[in-house]
Ligand binder design. Sequence first.
Ligand code: FMN
Length: 198
Amino acid sequence: MAPRRSDRPLTFLGIAGSLRRASYNRGLIRAAVELAPPGTRVIPFDLDGIPLYNADIEEVSDPEPVAAFKAAIAAVDGLLIATPEYNHCVPGVLKNAIDWASRPARHSVLTEKPIAIMGASTGRSGTARAQAHLRDGLTYTRGLVLPLPEVLVGEAHSRFDPDGTLIDPSIGADVRDLLVALAAWTRRLGRPVEAAAS
Ligand SMILES: Cc1cc2nc3c(=O)[nH]c(=O)nc-3n(C[C@H](O)[C@H](O)[C@H](O)COP(=O)(O)O)c2cc1C
């Protein structure tokens, strides 16, 4: 018997907006992979290969890393994004990847995709401003961003080891709670992944 929709395991794509090897935000995504609650799974996706958005190139065809990124988004139930904060805003690496994924406008793989956001920075506000910008920008993609809870990891240098591995269990609990909420949000929206891929 096929599982009921509420029983079906959910898969989320974990995206960190940093290319740094020991990135705290990559560490947050790794923590999410390890701490994913029962019935959920997080698959990390690295943005390393995504070129700068260029409409002339897009008009011919998506570069292979972009096509792979879009396919990865289409294949999952939702997204879990960990953003750093650069100058109170979203780093270009992440914004650029979202811009590629948001095309074609109104019919992209982000349309009606459940999304949760979190972030770590060395400042005290823990990416609060970057997350506000990210939430705002995702509105136009028609992605459906989970309102709460917020996961704002400030003074990240004291919460991760030098390799970028999370060492603060209270943050791990916050990440897990966010995934629980994202799973409930995804089930509430009731959008089967098959529709996302079409
Ligand atoms: C260009 C630049 C701008 C930054 N601006 C901010 C900022 O506005 N607020 C903040 O808390 N940290 C800021 N930082 C520090 C980042 O929080 C820190 O580099 C962090 O490690 C980036 O995330 P990552 O570890 O995932 O790469 C900035 C860093 C860079 C390189």
